[in-house]
Write a protein that binds this ligand. Structure first.
Ligand SMILES: Cc1cc2nc3c(=O)[nH]c(=O)nc-3n(C[C@H](O)[C@H](O)[C@H](O)COP(=O)(O)O)c2cc1C
Length: 232
């Protein structure tokens, strides 16, 4: 039979449906690194958007200056780093990562017709929360989030700030009502954390849970108290 007009949609490239990962300028770049590693370990494609402000937090928290022109090298160095600051702790495979500059409003994720699974904002600043709640689209990250909401796709917002102002709380309610999962970057201690990476991986694992992506980043609650002390 002659191939139909959509036959090439069966090719691996045409069927690529990435998660958009937005990294905004809140403290918590290790959370973003853990989510990115988790997605890649699960064989998911990733489209990455790193806000301008998040380059300051990344520089502050890791010493890495993220450059659009050298994003693959800088991302590799970042994702290889443990939450305790040790370099080369992980060996990330970046084959299925695509990077879009934060100022590129013509990028794929700024349109609803660009195929994606959904979007994870990790960490989400209160400025980003406000921008998405109000639909400001001031950069690609915010535009991609608004598109995710209008297309009724999964949007996970891992907000990181404390304490929270009334204004931010209202913005978070607006996001919840718009269908987003509001997921505070708030690690729990029942999973038996002994290292910083465990606390980071707990939050990253909850983000991946909200996205429906399989992972083994933390030990799940199975009922029964005292499990967090097992193995200590
Ligand atoms: C070192 C550093 C840490 C910051 N931490 C936070 C934070 O934890 N939460 C937050 O909402 N904003 C934080 N900010 C402020 C944001 O970066 C700022 O509001 C910025 O405008 C966010 O822009 P973006 O959402 O476009 O990335 C921090 C800024 C710096 C320089």
């Amino acid at each position: 039979m002659k191939p139909g007009p959509y036959a090439d949609q069966q090719s691996p490239r045409a069927s690529r449906r990435p998660w958009v990962v937005g990294v905004s300028g809140a403290s918590g770049t290790p959370y973003a690194a853990a989510v990115l590693r988790g997605l890649l370990d699960a064989g998911q494609s990733v489209d990455l958007v790193v806000s301008r402000a998040s380059r300051l937090t990344l520089l502050d928290e890791t010493g890495i200056a993220f450059r659009d022109a050298h994003w693959r090298d800088d991302l590799r160095t970042w994702l290889a780093r443990g939450a305790d600051g040790k370099p080369d702790t992980f060996d990330p495979c970046l084959d299925d990562v695509r990077h879009w500059a934060a100022g590129d409003l013509a990028a794929g994720p700024s349109s609803g017709s660009y195929p994606v699974r959904g979007m994870l904002i990790v960490p989400a600043s209160t400025a980003c929360v406000a921008g998405v709640a109000l639909g400001l689209s001031k950069d690609l990250l915010q535009r991609a989030a608004s598109v995710t909401l209008k297309e009724r796709r999964r949007l996970v917002v891992a907000v990181r700030e404390t304490p929270l102002s009334g204004q931010t709380l209202k913005h978070l309610v607006a996001l919840d009502e718009a269908g987003a999962v509001v997921l505070p970057a708030s690690p729990a201690f029942y999973a038996g954390a002994t290292h910083i990476q465990d606390l980071v991986d707990f939050v990253a694992g909850r983000v991946l849970d909200a996205a429906g992506v399989a992972h083994g980043l933390y030990r799940r609650w199975e009922g029964g108290l005292g499990g967090s002390r097992v193995g200590r």
